[in-house]
Structures are given as structure tokens and as C-alpha cells.
Design a protein around this ligand. Structure first.
Ligand code: DX5
Ligand code: ZN
Length: 220
């Protein structure tokens, strides 16, 4: 099973982001994951598009922006202009997800859709043709360092099945609660782009943390 790590800067030291990002520009990293929270869709506030714009200048890594915000349609332009390579919003957060996915793609950015732990894959049935990435939240979003909700891995397995049976080529991303001890379960269930915040930036040596995750993930 091929997979890559997307370190989430949510657990990094925001006063020295450029240095923190340099520490994870290593083999195994596919994207830099940036969590955008608005204090409405989730009970926390993080950063906005101006910061993403500076992060874009600070790294050559592709940037994967995870919008945990209400009414994402009002804000996607700012994040596209800031240099997102993948732009992901929540299916629960907008009335017209299909329209928004097409809009993002039409701007030349990969379009991702995300599901909270309690949201069924049924919400995506008519959207698969319009998505480049599906992000399955394996914790309730809002904070780093939470524990995996193990039941959600069934959803990842079901998504993998839908992908192969339907001949789709979207990326299966999993996000929340990943550690070196459980990454094998995420990869074994079908996760292809594995977000890891605390497991990477909570470590004294984030580069080593990434290689440990890669090693352990390959053992499933
Ligand atoms: C959850 C965020 C995650 C978070 C993951 O609200 O979407 O991207 O940073 O953090 P860990 O890996 O610490 O669970
Ligand atoms: Zn995230």
C-alpha cells in the first residue's frame, strides 16, 4: 500500500513556522497540511489566508488546506489566491458542495471534500466525479492531539471499496489521532495521505517522527 504523510502545522510553534516547516521537508512527506478553523464550524480559531500566503513562500512542499469553516464558498477565493494546491472543505458546511468542488477545480486547484466522524459516505454518492480528494476525519475536528475514534476506520475501508469498484482516482486522506503505534490501522484501512499533527510536531525531532511513521505504516 502506497501512502504519504501530511504533517499538520496545527501542532507546530506558530512563532517560528518557517523553521518548523523546514524540519519536515523530508522523504515520505507528500503535502503540508494546514488547518483553518473559524470558531463556528469547530470550537477553535486558527489562521486565515494571509498566513497561508506566507507559508506558500516559505516552502516548496505542496500545500493541502483543510477548511473547517462555515460557508466555505465565501472564502475559497482567498485560499486559492494564497496558493493552495489542494483545497478541502466540509460537506456539512455548505448547501451546494458540488458547485463548490467544480469551482475549485476550474481554478486549477485540486478539490477535496471532508466528512466529520458521524457523517455517512452517502453524502458523497453523487459527488465522486467532482472530487480529487476525500478527507475522512477520524476525530471530531477542532484540536490536535485527540484520540482516534476506531469505528471511523470502517468508513475508510468502505471508501476504499467505492474507489476501486467505481474506478475513481481521488486520494483517500485520513486525519486525526495518528500515532506511530496505530498508523498501520489507517494505512491498512485504505488511507493514502495520512495527516499527522501531534505525532510529528509534538516530537523533538519531526523528521525522525516522519520516518518512524513511514516505517510503521509499511508494516501493516
Ligand atoms: C483536527 C485537524 C487535524 C489535526 C490532527 O481538527 O483537522 O488536522 O491537526 O492532529 P493530530 O494528528 O494531533 O490528531
Ligand atoms: Zn486537518
Amino acid at each position: 500500500m502506497m501512502f504519504k504523510i501530511a504533517p499538520s502545522i496545527l501542532s507546530a510553534d506558530f512563532t517560528k513556522l518557517a523553521e518548523e516547516i523546514k524540519r519536515i521537508e523530508v522523504d515520505g512527506v507528500g503535502y503540508l497540511h494546514i488547518d483553518i478553523m473559524d470558531g463556528r464550524f469547530v470550537p477553535n480559531i486558527t489562521i486565515g489566508a494571509p498566513v497561508v500566503k506566507y507559508i506558500r513562500k516559505a516552502t516548496s512542499l505542496p500545500i493541502d488546506v483543510h477548511l473547517m469553516i462555515e460557508e466555505p464558498e465565501k472564502h475559497v477565493d482567498a485560499f486559492i489566491e494564497a496558493g493552495s494546491d489542494i483545497l478541502t472543505f466540509h460537506v456539512e458546511a455548505t448547501r451546494h458542495p458540488e458547485r463548490l468542488l467544480r469551482y475549485i477545480r476550474q481554478k486549477g486547484v485540486k478539490a477535496g471534500i471532508s466528512l466529520n466522524p458521524a457523517t455517512s459516505l452517502d453524502s458523497l454518492t453523487y459527488l465522486y466525479g467532482a472530487v480529487d480528494l476525500v478527507l475522512v476525519l477520524t476525530v471530531n475536528p477542532g484540536f490536535g492531539g485527540q484520540k482516534l475514534i476506531p469505528e471511523v476506520l470502517q468508513k475508510v475501508r468502505a471508501l476504499k471499496d467505492i474507489k476501486s469498484k467505481g474506478g475513481h482516482d481521488f486520494i483517500i486522506q485520513v486525519d486525526g489521532g495518528v500515532t506511530a503505534d496505530n498508523i498501520d490501522q489507517y494505512v491498512g484501512s485504505g488511507g493514502e495521505l495520512i495527516v499527522a499533527g501531534n505525532a510529528v510536531f509534538g516530537s523533538k525531532n519531526p523528521a525522525e517522527a516522519v520516518s518512524l511513521l513511514m516505517k510503521k505504516g509499511k508494516k501493516q
